[in-house]
Write a protein that binds this ligand. Sequence first.
Ligand SMILES: Nc1ncnc2c1ncn2[C@@H]1O[C@H](COP(=O)(O)OP(=O)(O)OP(=O)(O)O)[C@@H](O)[C@H]1O
Ligand SMILES: [Mg+2]
Length: 270
Amino acid sequence: MDMTPSETLLKTQGLGIQFGGLKAVDALDIEVRKGEIFGLIGPNGAGKSTSFNLLSGALTPTSGRVFFKGEDVTKLKPFDMAKRGLARTFQLTNLFAGLTVIDTMLVGAHLHVKKGLLASVFYTKGYREELDQLRDEARRILATVGLAGTEQASVDALSFVQQRRLEIAMAIATRPTMLLLDEPAAGLSPSETADLGVLIQTLNQQGITIILIEHNTRFVMKLCARICVLDYGRKYAEGSPEEIVANPKVREIYLGRDVKQDHPEEHAHA
Ligand SMILES: Nc1ncnc2c1ncn2[C@@H]1O[C@H](COP(=O)(O)OP(=O)(O)OP(=O)(O)O)[C@@H](O)[C@H]1O
Ligand SMILES: [Mg+2]
């Protein structure tokens, strides 16, 4: 496929979901271009994670549409979205306690998207070769996320940061076109957050389009060329980091209400 840098990869039109009387996401129009890192910010309960659930197929919208690579994917389930190249991270590592990192990568890739992949590994003549190739790819991805050398370690022996990185590695193993990251810096120290920023940029340079949800606004502003601000499920503002910082309405929602307690520095920054 020839895709120019400004080509739209993902688009929503009037996207919404209602839980009882609550419009958690309301008439949301966003357009994410191939190759960009797109930021999604907003106060607690603004509808950011729900938006990701709608994009990834975990939730079916009550209104509107989602298009991915030009195809209407509104009704598709997560497995089908993953097959089409949309990946998200899951806090799966506790499920894999006892498995080695390398096996987690193989199983995780299979769970997410590789229908028939492991089957093909076991049922074809050259299965050893194929398994070797999968292991090589898994090792290469582990190195990319800074987990080289941990292949044979047990997943539960990894540190908090390493487990978060493994979750990203598992998503990358599905060979995604687009990666959804929901608060990847949560719980990380400033230096770990800076390292994560470098990793996100590396993945982006390798061709993965990224949507990033973060409460750490400084982190988002540094990484994203364009940012969408949600509030009460609606798009409140959209633009470059400079435009977002200068937007009086955005300043009002950040200064006027509580933001997460674990990032008090944002009050000063907003
Ligand atoms: N399954 C659900 N059933 C009912 N209400 C829900 C459900 N999921 C989310 N909500 C509500 O929808 C709103 C949006 O929630 P969401 O988790 O998307 O916010 P968020 O922007 O990700 O917030 P945070 O920054 O705290 O992660 C909230 O009011 C939440 O309580
Ligand atoms: Mg959330």
